[in-house]
Design a protein around this ligand. Structure first.
Ligand SMILES: Nc1ncnc2c1ncn2[C@@H]1O[C@H](COP(=O)(O)OP(=O)(O)OP(=O)(O)O)[C@@H](O)[C@H]1O
Ligand SMILES: [Mg+2]
Length: 356
């Protein structure tokens, strides 16, 4: 029977400075519904065909050789399925599973219980792995490479290191920022899977499956409408589905029809390509305060009173993908496509120093 241990930010040592509260008001896609709708088997995972196919081969080979899966890194924007894949893998393998959030591992002693408890072939999932402190990261190098813990004892002339062998297990890392990973850590992951935004057909499939899980009737046109406005992101699709279901129960007869979905989504100001209030605020800040750019991320974040991490992780990837923003060496620039989308007239090209 698979075992699961979870560590979260609340378990941080008491003598640490108080953590900054999470910027809830700026988190467009909160995670409160994730567990209820998370696929439990690889067969239930929709889309990401390349990643699923590669994973099936890795799992099959590991099972046939009766060896642990090689360390595996998932990267991609929030809400695309990194945690989902990481939780499905140990279930497919029938092995123990431990989860730790990297920011909560402040020193090697925090990670030691996880690696010493890891059974043969089990999975240790390290979420937000780009936020591991350097000392913890260095501690993990011999763990991941040789399944060995190096413990330093004593100081000065008496200093010595003892080695402790570990069982062979698998580290699964997840990150929204693979660029921030150091090369030695990245290189210790023999397998890397990148998750990309989903197409509308896959999102519609996710919406239909989840509506069935929630015992809610939904018309095909309504699931198409929800997926079109979900920014290529399953978590967003789930959140919009929950909202449409509430709306349908409160203002209609419980069935999510096309009209019900459109009215519900209009009410929360998610437009027909999926931009919400925060996306529009970002674009309007760039247009009105920075004359369309180029503007630096920190300057935009200050003007919006919003953490720059939120902008970089949750707002920009989609705006870049739909071509509403460009990242240039001098900063972010709004595109004419964004102006057209917002119904703002495209300025005549000035004689020099153009900003658009
Ligand atoms: N491929 C998929 N098929 C079906 N549902 C999915 C898929 N990927 C994600 N989901 C749904 O989206 C929710 C959010 O996904 P998940 O928590 O795995 O994202 P994440 O990449 O870990 O995000 P974060 O970077 O914020 O941690 C899941 O609970 C699940 O319901
Ligand atoms: Mg996650």
């Amino acid at each position: 029977m698979a075992r699961q241990r979870i560590i979260n930010g609340d378990e941080a040592p008491k003598d640490e400075p108080p953590r900054k509260p999470p910027a809830i008001e700026f988190r467009p896609d909160d995670e409160k519904h994730d567990e209820e709708l998370r696929p439990q088997k690889l067969d239930d995972v929709v889309g990401q065909r390349k990643a699923v196919e590669r994973l099936r081969i890795m799992l099959d080979a590991a099972k046939k050789r009766n060896e642990p899966l090689g360390h595996l890194l998932f990267d991609g924007p929030p809400g695309l399925g990194k945690t989902t894949f990481a939780t499905v893998i140990p279930k497919e393998l029938g092995v123990d599973f431990q989860i730790a959030s990297a920011p909560a591992l402040t020193a090697p002693k925090d990670v030691l219980p996880y690696v010493t408890n890891a059974s043969f072939g089990s999975v240790l999932f390290l979420d937000e792995i780009h936020r591991l402190p350097p000392a913890v990261e260095e501690f993990l190098y011999p763990v991941m490479e040789d399944f060995r813990v190096d413990i330093a004892l004593g100081e000065g002339m008496n200093a010595r290191t003892i080695n402790m062998p570990l069982k062979k297990f698998t580290v699964i890392g997840a990150t929204t920022r693979s660029g921030l990973l150091t090369a030695p850590l990245r290189d210790r992951f023999v397998n890397r899977l990148h998750l990309d935004f989903y197409d509308d057909a896959d999102l519609a499939e996710i919406v239909n499956r989840n509506a069935r899980k929630l015992r809610t009737e939904i018309d095909p046109a309504a699931s198409a409408e929800i997926s079109k406005r979900s920014r290529g992101t399953p978590r967003k699709a789930n959140n919009l589905l929950y909202w449409c279901r509430d709306y349908a129960d409160s203002r209609a007869k419980g069935r999510i029809t096309d009209d019900v979905a459109k009215l519900a989504l209009e009410m929360i100001e998610v437009d027909h390509v999926g931009l919400d209030e925060l996306d529009r605020k970002y674009l309007l800040t760039l247009i009105n305060i920075f004359a369309g750019g180029p503007a630096g991320l920190t300057a935009i974040a200050h003007s919006m009173s919003c953490p720059s991490d939120t902008l970089e992780d949750e707002i920009e990837p989609f705006l870049l993908r739909v071509g509403f923003v460009q990242r240039t060496p001098r900063g972010r620039v709004v595109t004419s496509a964004a102006l057209t989308h917002l119904g703002i007239a495209i300025p005549e090209p000035p004689s020099q120093g153009t900003l658009f």
